[in-house]
Design a binder for this molecule. Structure first.
Ligand SMILES: [Zn+2]
Length: 284
């Protein structure tokens, strides 16, 4: 299957409901990101495109509306513990820009980023050619050096080697994660409640990012989240949750439902340990 998802096609200045240039080319199970303007991460989330499946990025030229979203995107993939390598094809000066930003932030990426300057590409413009696809580039006319990209599907003759097929299958089973990463889930719920102990606590990642279940659930699409800030009491929490959900079902907002449940808990336990461990994040 070949598909193109336009994430943005606006130029530099902001415009209502328009986004700077970026698109995702889908070729079977391969995803290619072409250009990465500001807000690309948000657009990928909106279109529910899994970042982890993007292994190739192509930047056409270095006008900011085509790549200002890239440093943040590369950094976010690191925060999400990406480990597999990423291939970046772009005009040569982008390497210096990315290196300087990482150096200034005293940061490094936890995955291997292979950078290929488009200026170095030989005759024929072949960037990648394997048994599934071929990507070539060609020069285009613009005020600064600029390239276009062509994606071709490679249809290899179907010759099945049974031994190799079994080997591949076993390898796939071995590396398949037992559960999908929370940040890659697509939660459909209106509200997520994590009523266990300390579910709202975070760790501080490089760049002062707070990483935890709150960020994960919001990133996965939960608009509203109720989490605990310390280890909670089993019985008091069970009652609190029952009261909160009764109010939610009656039509209260998450914050109003939690507040009503807390007031009721307060009648039984005066100490905040029992009635105040939960907080609402997101839409309240
Ligand atoms: Zn331009």
């Amino acid at each position: 299957m070949l598909a193109v998802t336009i994430l943005g096609n606006n130029s530099a200045l902001p415009a209502y409901d328009r986004h700077p240039t970026s698109q995702v080319v889908t070729l079977d199970d391969n995803l290619f990101l072409v250009d990465c303007g500001e807000g690309t991460q948000q657009q990928l989330a909106k279109y529910r495109i899994r970042w982890s499946r993007i292994n190739y990025i192509f930047i056409s030229h270095l006008h900011g509306d085509h790549y200002f979203g890239l440093p943040g995107f590369l950094h976010s993939m690191g925060l999400l513990h990406r480990e597999h390598e990423l291939h970046l094809f772009a005009p040569a000066p982008l390497k210096q820009i990315l290196d300087l930003q990482l150096e200034a932030a005293n940061n490094s990426l936890p995955y291997q980023l292979h950078f290929y300057p488009l200026e170095d590409v030989g005759a024929g413009g072949v960037l990648v050619h394997n048994d599934r696809f071929k990507v070539t580039c060609f020069a285009t006319k613009h005020r600064i050096p600029c390239w276009g990209f062509r994606f071709d599907q490679v249809r290899a003759p179907r010759r099945v080697n049974p031994e190799k097929a079994i080997e591949d299958f076993e390898k796939a089973i071995e590396i398949a994660p037992a559960e999908p990463h929370l940040y890659q889930l697509r939660l459909q719920a209106n509200q997520v409640t994590l009523s266990g102990c300390s579910t709202g606590l975070n760790v501080i990642a490089p760049g002062d990012e707070l990483i935890g279940l709150v960020r994960g659930c919001l990133s996965a699409g939960a608009p509203s989240l109720v989490v605990s800030l310390w280890a909670v009491d089993d019985e008091a929490t069970a009652q609190l949750m029952a009261d909160m959900y009764t109010r939610l079902r009656a039509g209260d907002t998450p914050a109003a439902a939690l507040r009503a449940a807390q007031r009721r808990a307060l009648e039984e336990h005066q100490h905040p340990f029992f009635w105040a461990p939960f907080a609402v994040f997101g839409r309240w």
